[in-house]
Ligand binder design. Structure first.
Ligand SMILES: *Cc1c(COP(=O)(O)O)cnc(C)c1O
Length: 217
Protein backbone atom coordinates (compact mmCIF):
# COMPACT_ATOMS: atom_id res chain seq x y z
CA UNK A 1 0.00 0.00 0.00
CA UNK A 2 1.08 3.56 -0.60
CA UNK A 3 2.35 5.56 -3.54
CA UNK A 4 5.88 4.17 -3.77
CA UNK A 5 4.66 0.56 -3.63
CA UNK A 6 2.22 1.14 -6.45
CA UNK A 7 4.77 3.05 -8.54
CA UNK A 8 7.12 0.09 -8.06
CA UNK A 9 4.43 -2.39 -9.10
CA UNK A 10 3.59 -0.33 -12.19
CA UNK A 11 7.27 -0.38 -13.22
CA UNK A 12 7.56 -4.12 -12.56
CA UNK A 13 4.42 -4.77 -14.64
CA UNK A 14 5.80 -2.66 -17.51
CA UNK A 15 8.96 -4.70 -17.46
CA UNK A 16 7.13 -8.06 -17.26
CA UNK A 17 5.01 -7.04 -20.23
CA UNK A 18 8.11 -6.06 -22.20
CA UNK A 19 6.99 -2.48 -22.32
CA UNK A 20 9.13 0.66 -22.06
CA UNK A 21 9.70 2.12 -18.61
CA UNK A 22 7.35 5.06 -18.15
CA UNK A 23 4.90 3.94 -20.83
CA UNK A 24 2.14 3.62 -18.21
CA UNK A 25 0.93 6.70 -16.34
CA UNK A 26 -0.48 6.37 -12.84
CA UNK A 27 -3.65 8.33 -12.15
CA UNK A 28 -4.00 8.53 -8.36
CA UNK A 29 -7.75 8.48 -7.71
CA UNK A 30 -8.30 10.84 -4.79
CA UNK A 31 -12.12 10.91 -4.66
CA UNK A 32 -13.59 10.85 -1.14
CA UNK A 33 -10.13 10.64 0.45
CA UNK A 34 -9.32 12.95 3.37
CA UNK A 35 -7.33 16.01 2.27
CA UNK A 36 -4.33 15.00 4.44
CA UNK A 37 -3.92 11.78 2.47
CA UNK A 38 -4.07 13.61 -0.86
CA UNK A 39 -1.65 16.23 0.39
CA UNK A 40 0.79 13.53 1.52
CA UNK A 41 0.84 12.04 -1.99
CA UNK A 42 1.37 15.53 -3.46
CA UNK A 43 4.24 16.08 -1.01
CA UNK A 44 5.79 12.84 -2.26
CA UNK A 45 5.93 14.48 -5.68
CA UNK A 46 3.02 12.81 -7.47
CA UNK A 47 1.14 15.16 -9.83
CA UNK A 48 -1.43 13.12 -11.78
CA UNK A 49 -4.81 12.65 -10.08
CA UNK A 50 -8.34 11.49 -10.88
CA UNK A 51 -11.67 12.61 -9.46
CA UNK A 52 -15.12 11.29 -10.37
CA UNK A 53 -17.27 14.30 -9.44
CA UNK A 54 -17.02 17.87 -10.72
CA UNK A 55 -18.43 19.32 -7.52
CA UNK A 56 -16.04 17.45 -5.25
CA UNK A 57 -13.03 18.28 -7.42
CA UNK A 58 -13.93 21.98 -7.46
CA UNK A 59 -13.78 22.03 -3.65
CA UNK A 60 -10.21 20.85 -3.31
CA UNK A 61 -8.15 21.10 -6.48
CA UNK A 62 -7.94 24.85 -7.16
CA UNK A 63 -6.19 25.30 -3.78
CA UNK A 64 -3.93 22.26 -4.31
CA UNK A 65 -2.99 23.54 -7.77
CA UNK A 66 -1.81 26.81 -6.28
CA UNK A 67 0.41 25.03 -3.81
CA UNK A 68 1.65 22.24 -6.08
CA UNK A 69 2.53 23.41 -9.60
CA UNK A 70 2.29 20.83 -12.35
CA UNK A 71 -0.83 19.05 -11.13
CA UNK A 72 -2.81 17.29 -13.84
CA UNK A 73 -6.37 16.29 -13.10
CA UNK A 74 -8.51 13.71 -14.91
CA UNK A 75 -12.29 13.46 -14.69
CA UNK A 76 -13.12 9.76 -14.45
CA UNK A 77 -16.82 9.93 -13.52
CA UNK A 78 -19.93 10.62 -15.64
CA UNK A 79 -20.36 14.19 -16.88
CA UNK A 80 -23.72 15.94 -17.22
CA UNK A 81 -23.82 18.49 -20.02
CA UNK A 82 -24.84 21.26 -17.58
CA UNK A 83 -21.55 20.72 -15.75
CA UNK A 84 -19.42 20.54 -18.90
CA UNK A 85 -18.24 24.14 -18.76
CA UNK A 86 -17.08 23.81 -15.17
CA UNK A 87 -15.43 20.47 -15.93
CA UNK A 88 -13.51 21.99 -18.85
CA UNK A 89 -12.15 24.66 -16.51
CA UNK A 90 -11.18 22.23 -13.75
CA UNK A 91 -9.80 19.21 -15.57
CA UNK A 92 -6.85 18.62 -17.90
CA UNK A 93 -8.47 15.48 -19.25
CA UNK A 94 -12.05 14.18 -19.40
CA UNK A 95 -12.07 10.39 -19.65
CA UNK A 96 -15.83 9.92 -19.79
CA UNK A 97 -17.17 11.18 -23.12
CA UNK A 98 -19.94 8.65 -23.73
CA UNK A 99 -22.63 10.18 -25.92
CA UNK A 100 -23.05 12.45 -28.95
CA UNK A 101 -24.80 15.18 -26.97
CA UNK A 102 -21.82 15.53 -24.64
CA UNK A 103 -19.35 15.57 -27.55
CA UNK A 104 -21.36 18.34 -29.22
CA UNK A 105 -21.53 20.35 -25.99
CA UNK A 106 -17.77 20.06 -25.48
CA UNK A 107 -17.18 21.19 -29.07
CA UNK A 108 -19.48 24.19 -28.65
CA UNK A 109 -17.74 25.23 -25.42
CA UNK A 110 -14.35 24.71 -27.06
CA UNK A 111 -15.41 27.10 -29.86
CA UNK A 112 -16.56 29.60 -27.27
CA UNK A 113 -13.58 29.43 -24.91
CA UNK A 114 -10.80 28.45 -27.31
CA UNK A 115 -9.65 25.47 -25.26
CA UNK A 116 -10.54 21.87 -24.52
CA UNK A 117 -9.06 19.24 -22.20
CA UNK A 118 -7.77 15.99 -23.69
CA UNK A 119 -10.58 13.48 -24.07
CA UNK A 120 -11.22 9.75 -23.82
CA UNK A 121 -14.37 7.97 -24.91
CA UNK A 122 -15.68 5.72 -22.15
CA UNK A 123 -16.82 2.31 -23.43
CA UNK A 124 -19.31 0.17 -21.52
CA UNK A 125 -17.51 -3.05 -22.44
CA UNK A 126 -19.75 -5.17 -20.20
CA UNK A 127 -22.91 -3.59 -21.68
CA UNK A 128 -24.20 -3.06 -18.13
CA UNK A 129 -27.45 -1.07 -18.08
CA UNK A 130 -26.55 0.89 -14.93
CA UNK A 131 -23.08 1.82 -16.11
CA UNK A 132 -22.00 4.86 -18.10
CA UNK A 133 -20.16 4.47 -21.38
CA UNK A 134 -21.03 4.00 -25.02
CA UNK A 135 -21.79 0.45 -26.15
CA UNK A 136 -18.96 -1.30 -28.01
CA UNK A 137 -21.06 -1.47 -31.19
CA UNK A 138 -21.64 2.30 -31.09
CA UNK A 139 -18.10 3.34 -30.24
CA UNK A 140 -16.76 3.74 -33.78
CA UNK A 141 -19.57 6.15 -34.57
CA UNK A 142 -18.93 8.28 -31.46
CA UNK A 143 -15.19 8.35 -32.20
CA UNK A 144 -15.96 9.48 -35.75
CA UNK A 145 -18.22 12.25 -34.42
CA UNK A 146 -15.49 13.47 -32.03
CA UNK A 147 -13.10 13.64 -34.98
CA UNK A 148 -15.60 15.44 -37.15
CA UNK A 149 -15.98 17.98 -34.34
CA UNK A 150 -12.16 18.21 -34.16
CA UNK A 151 -12.14 17.34 -30.47
CA UNK A 152 -8.78 16.35 -28.90
CA UNK A 153 -9.70 12.67 -28.48
CA UNK A 154 -6.68 10.57 -27.47
CA UNK A 155 -8.01 7.22 -26.30
CA UNK A 156 -10.60 4.92 -24.76
CA UNK A 157 -11.48 4.16 -21.14
CA UNK A 158 -13.41 1.32 -19.52
CA UNK A 159 -14.54 0.00 -16.13
CA UNK A 160 -15.11 -3.77 -16.41
CA UNK A 161 -18.04 -5.44 -14.60
CA UNK A 162 -16.97 -6.42 -11.06
CA UNK A 163 -17.96 -10.07 -11.48
CA UNK A 164 -16.13 -10.72 -14.72
CA UNK A 165 -12.57 -11.48 -15.80
CA UNK A 166 -11.17 -7.98 -16.46
CA UNK A 167 -8.62 -9.19 -19.02
CA UNK A 168 -11.39 -9.92 -21.55
CA UNK A 169 -12.69 -6.37 -21.21
CA UNK A 170 -9.22 -4.86 -21.47
CA UNK A 171 -8.58 -6.87 -24.62
CA UNK A 172 -11.88 -5.72 -26.12
CA UNK A 173 -11.08 -2.07 -25.34
CA UNK A 174 -7.67 -2.42 -26.96
CA UNK A 175 -9.20 -3.97 -30.06
CA UNK A 176 -11.70 -1.12 -30.43
CA UNK A 177 -8.94 1.47 -29.89
CA UNK A 178 -6.69 -0.17 -32.50
CA UNK A 179 -9.33 -0.27 -35.19
CA UNK A 180 -9.99 3.42 -34.52
CA UNK A 181 -6.33 4.43 -34.50
CA UNK A 182 -6.41 5.60 -30.87
CA UNK A 183 -3.19 5.21 -28.88
CA UNK A 184 -4.21 5.72 -25.25
CA UNK A 185 -5.98 3.17 -23.07
CA UNK A 186 -7.23 4.07 -19.58
CA UNK A 187 -7.94 0.77 -17.85
CA UNK A 188 -7.09 -1.00 -14.62
CA UNK A 189 -7.82 -0.07 -10.98
CA UNK A 190 -6.42 -1.18 -7.61
CA UNK A 191 -7.44 -4.81 -8.04
CA UNK A 192 -6.40 -5.33 -11.65
CA UNK A 193 -3.94 -2.67 -12.85
CA UNK A 194 -1.17 -5.20 -13.47
CA UNK A 195 -3.50 -7.21 -15.72
CA UNK A 196 -4.38 -4.00 -17.54
CA UNK A 197 -0.71 -3.15 -18.08
CA UNK A 198 -0.15 -6.62 -19.54
CA UNK A 199 -3.04 -5.87 -21.92
CA UNK A 200 -1.67 -2.51 -23.06
CA UNK A 201 -2.98 0.12 -20.61
CA UNK A 202 -1.25 3.49 -20.95
CA UNK A 203 -3.12 4.99 -17.97
CA UNK A 204 -4.12 3.06 -14.84
CA UNK A 205 -6.50 4.60 -12.30
CA UNK A 206 -5.60 3.52 -8.78
CA UNK A 207 -7.32 4.82 -5.65
CA UNK A 208 -7.56 2.65 -2.56
CA UNK A 209 -4.24 0.86 -3.11
CA UNK A 210 -2.49 4.24 -2.87
CA UNK A 211 -4.59 6.14 -0.33
CA UNK A 212 -6.27 3.37 1.69
CA UNK A 213 -9.93 2.40 1.71
CA UNK A 214 -12.44 5.14 0.99
CA UNK A 215 -14.70 5.94 3.93
CA UNK A 216 -18.07 7.21 2.73
CA UNK A 217 -20.44 8.91 5.11
C1 LIG B 1 -12.92 5.01 -7.90
C2 LIG B 1 -12.47 4.74 -9.27
C3 LIG B 1 -11.22 4.14 -9.51
C4 LIG B 1 -10.27 3.70 -8.41
O1 LIG B 1 -10.77 2.57 -7.75
P1 LIG B 1 -9.84 1.74 -6.72
O2 LIG B 1 -10.46 0.40 -6.72
O3 LIG B 1 -9.93 2.44 -5.43
O4 LIG B 1 -8.47 1.74 -7.26
C5 LIG B 1 -10.84 3.97 -10.83
N1 LIG B 1 -11.63 4.34 -11.85
C6 LIG B 1 -12.83 4.90 -11.66
C7 LIG B 1 -13.64 5.29 -12.83
C8 LIG B 1 -13.29 5.12 -10.36
O5 LIG B 1 -14.51 5.68 -10.20
Amino acid sequence: MGLSDIVGRVHAAEETAGRAAGSVKLVAVSKVQPLERVEAVLEEGHRLFGENKVQEASGKWPAFRERFPGVRLHLIGPLQTNKARQAMELFDCIETVDRPKLARTLARLRDETGGCPELFVQVNTGEEPQKAGVLPAETDELVALCRELELPLIGLMCIPPVEEEPALHFALLKKIAERNGLGELSMGMSADFETAIAQGATYVRVGSAIFGERVYG
